[in-house]
Design a protein around this ligand. Structure first.
Ligand code: SF4
Length: 321
C-alpha cells in the first residue's frame, strides 16, 4: 500500500523508438505518462508486443529513452552522476521473467546473491556477508543449506526466489517486476505473487509489476495501467478498473478473465478481440485501437484520443469520454 502521496517515480511523455532498417520507426513506447507512489504496486498490462516491458526497462534506465522525462524522487535519471547514480542503481532493481536465463549457472546461490552486496559494500566482513545471504534466503522461503548449491539444482519457483533474494540483497526501494510469474507453473504463480506482497509489506517496497495475466495483476496491484500499441489507454485503481473498465480495449481484456463461479462464467458475455496487436511500425492515424474496436466512430480515424482524467484518478484515452 502506498505511503501517503510521496511520488517515487514520475514519467512524463516518455517515448522509446527503435529504428528498423533505413526508414521504419518502431514506436515501442509512444508518449506515456504516469507516476508511482512510494510503497504502492502499479500493474502494467497488455498483450505481448504492446510495449509494457520496453516501458518498464526504459523507466529504470536499462534502455535509453528517445524523449520525455523520467524522474526518480524528483530528479531526472539521465542527469544522475557519481554517488547519486550509484545510489539509484542500488535502490532500483529488477526481477526478470525467466529465472532460468537470468541466473548464472556457474555461480553458487551465495555468489549470485552476494554480488550486489560486494558491489555496494554492504557487508563489513565475510562472516557478515554470509549472515546476510542466509537471512535473505530465509526471507524468500529458502534456507541456509541452499547457499552452496547451483541454480540447475532448483525448481522454477525456487529459482525465482533466488532472483528475488538477489534483488533484495542491495536493500532496494523500487523493483521492476518484469513478468516475474509468467514462466512459472500455475500452481507456483500464486506462491511467488504472495511472497512479493509479503516482502512489500515488510520492507515498504514499491513495485512496477508487468504482466499479461490480469487476474494476478488484480491480486497484487493497487492501481493498474493498460497499454496498447505503445500507448497507455487506461489507468485507475485496481478495483475501479476491474469493476468499471471504460476503454473498449480494457473491457475486452476484462471480459476474457475466467471467473471461478461456473454459473456466472456460463452466463456472462465475452467481448471477442479480433486479430493480434498490429505492428507498432507505421501505426494508423487517430486511435491505434480503431481496427479492433466495435465502437469506432469517424473521429477515431483522424484524431488520436487524449489520455485524460475522467473521474478522480481514472484516466482514459478514448473519444467516447
Ligand atoms: Fe474505440 Fe474510438 Fe475509443 Fe479508439 S477512440 S477505443 S476507436 S471508441
Amino acid at each position: 500500500m502506498a505511503n501517503g502521496d510521496n511520488v517515487i517515480l514520475e514519467v512524463k511523455n516518455l517515448k522509446k523508438y527503435f529504428k528498423i532498417g533505413n526508414k521504419d520507426i518502431l514506436k515501442a513506447v509512444d508518449d506515456v505518462s504516469f507516476a508511482i507512489k512510494e510503497g504502492e504496486t502499479l500493474g502494467l498490462v497488455g498483450e505481448s508486443g504492446c510495449g509494457k516491458t520496453t516501458c518498464g526497462r526504459t523507466v529504470i534506465g536499462l534502455y535509453d529513452k528517445t524523449d520525455g522525462e523520467i524522474l526518480y524522487n524528483g530528479k531526472p535519471i539521465d542527469g544522475l552522476k557519481g554517488k547519486e547514480k550509484k545510489q539509484f542503481n542500488k535502490e532500483v532493481q529488477i526481477i526478470f521473467q525467466d529465472p532460468y536465463a537470468s541466473l548464472n549457472p556457474r555461480m553458487t546461490v551465495a555468489d549470485i546473491i552476494s554480488e550486489g552486496i560486494d558491489i555496494h559494500g554492504l557487508a563489513k566482513s565475510k562472516a557478515d556477508k554470509d549472515k546476510r545471504v542466509y537471512e535473505l534466503l530465509e526471507h524468500v522461503g529458502l534456507n541456509k543449506e541452499h547457499a552452496n548449491r547451483f541454480v540447475h539444482e532448483f525448481s522454477g519457483g525456487q529459482r525465482q526466489r533466488i532472483g528475488i533474494a538477489r534483488a533484495l540483497a542491495v536493500e532496494p526501494k523500487f523493483i521492476l517486476c518484469d513478468e516475474p510469474i509468467s514462466a512459472l507453473d500455475v500452481s507456483i504463480q500464486a506462491q511467488i505473487a504472495n511472497l512479493l506482497i509479503k516482502l512489500q509489506n515488510e520492507l515498504g517496497l514499491t513495485y512496477l509489476f508487468i504482466a499479461h495475466d490480469l487476474s494476478m495483476v488484480k491480486h497484487i496491484s493497487d492501481r493498474v495501467a493498460v497499454m496498447y500499441l505503445g500507448s497507455m489507454v487506461e489507468l485507475a485503481e485496481s478495483e475501479v478498473l476491474f469493476n468499471n473498465p471504460k476503454h473498449p480495449y480494457t473491457e475486452a481484456l476484462m471480459s476474457a478473465i475466467p471467473i471461478a463461479d461456473p454459473d456466472i462464467e456460463e452466463n456472462r458475455s465475452r467481448i471477442m478481440l479480433e486479430g493480434d496487436v498490429p505492428s507498432p511500425i507505421n501505426t494508423p492515424k487517430g486511435c491505434k485501437f480503431q481496427g479492433r474496436c466495435s465502437k469506432c466512430m469517424q473521429i477515431c480515424k483522424t484524431e488520436e484520443p487524449e489520455f485524460k482524467e475522467i473521474e478522480k484518478g481514472h484516466y482514459v484515452a478514448c473519444h467516447l469520454y
